[in-house]
Design a protein around this ligand. Structure first.
Ligand code: PLP
Length: 362
């Protein structure tokens, strides 16, 4: 019988819903209004020739590098941040190596690290999901070869100061340190502004969130030129498709569109957080386009009640976190103002009904 590798057989399956997401989708932190009309116009102008040819990534890498103020050799375009994580694990992890993550966090760091046979070390975030700098530093060893941090973090929305990430990178020169900036636009601060980044530090960006292009699967992966040359060795030369590459320059050019959406999300985030306070629900202030809120024992019912009203949100109760800190928690994506108002209206109604039945904590 054909057997998968032991490391693969012992993986926990990560199963986000891949079908049936009809309604107002506030469950995956996507944009609720989609991409810039200029990007759409570019996509509509594509002809058969673009699709007939293998995609040419390099010219677009120069665009992406210019945008970030880097050299092309420091940048690799990827099939979303997901692929960047995968490539980083393939490039640096040997079986038995250690990969450190701060939990709760994005599921794919642990999955891709374990698939390489690495041992994942989970460092619990501090109270209120603050970055556990000392805890993390104390777990670094000679076997540490990867440290992955989402900034801001998913699902908590907590951000960490660039200075702390630099301390981590300097404390573990033998490890690849990934700073996943999937939500950077909503936060407004990037490690790239720190200047003189250590050679073991990598930054991943995506077009899936603020740019409204999750379906295209494109991201920017940046790091030291010498290290990126190694990462490039394990990447397919055609990892990013021609349609995504064609959209990239227009997406980067129309910053006004992105800024407008980001401003809406920030206003919506405040509005939602105010409403959660008013409803007496505990939430964690967020720097991203989502808010994590504690619903309590009725979390599944809460998610279902919103679904009945046409709104999808994400139950985070099952998040891998040794002390079950996400127990009873639900993550709500913040979209356009109109969509956030719709969410707030439904929230009031659902919370009131559950309270009548004493199922949601005050
Ligand atoms: C922290 C984080 N990184 C990466 C991703 C995935 O990004 P992409 O769509 O670019 O693969 C997500 C998506 O939810 C995320 O939350």
């Amino acid at each position: 019988m054909l057997e998968a590798r032991t490391a693969v057989k012992s993986l926990h399956a990560y199963r986000p819903p891949l079908a049936g997401r009809q309604g107002l989708r506030l469950d995956f932190n996507e944009s609720t209004i989609g991409c810039s009309p200029r990007v759409l116009a570019r996509l509509r102008s594509l002809d058969a020739e673009v699709l007939a040819r293998y995609p040419e990534r390099e010219p677009m890498e120069r665009h992406a590098a210019d945008f970030l103020g880097l050299n092309a050799a420091q940048v690799l375009l990827t099939n979303g941040v997901d692929e960047a994580i995968h490539l980083l694990c393939s490039t640096y992890l040997e079986p038995g190596d250690e990969a450190i993550i701060v939990v709760p966090t994005f599921a794919l760091y642990a999955i891709f690290a374990q698939a390489e046979g690495a041992r994942v070390i989970e460092v619990l975030s501090d109270e209120n999901f603050a970055f556990p700098l000392e805890g993390l530093l104390s777990r670094i060893s000679q076997r540490t070869r990867l440290i992955a941090v989402a900034n801001p973090n998913n699902p908590t929305g907590a951000a960490v100061a660039g200075e702390m990430l630099l301390r981590v990178a300097r404390a573990a020169p033998q490890a690849a340190v990934l700073v996943d900036e999937a939500y950077v636009e909503f936060h407004g601060e990037t490690i790239l502004d720190s200047g003189g980044l250590p050679a073991n530090l990598f930054v991943a960006r995506t077009f899936s969130k603020a740019y409204g292009l999750a379906g295209l699967r494109i991201g920017i992966f940046a790091g030291d030129a010498g290290q990126m040359a190694m990462v490039r060795r394990v990447a397919s030369p055609y990892n990013v498709n021609a349609v995504a590459l064609a959209a990239l320059p227009e997406a980067l050019r129309d910053q006004e569109y992105v800024e407008h959406y980001v401003a809406e999300v920030r206003r919506g985030r405040e509005m939602l957080e105010r409403e959660l306070s008013r409803l007496g629900l505990h939430y964690w202030p967020s720097r991203a386009n989502f808010v994590l809120v504690r619903i309590g024992a009725a979390h599944a019912e809460f998610v279902q009640a919103l679904r009945t009203r046409g709104i999808l949100v994400r139950d985070r109760s099952s998040d891998r976190s040794s002390d079950e800190r996400c127990e009873g928690c639900v993550r709500l994506t913040v979209g356009s103002e109109e969509h956030t108002r719709t969410l707030i209206g439904a929230l009031r109604d659902v919370v009131e009904r559950l309270r009548e039945r004493r199922e949601v904590r005050a």
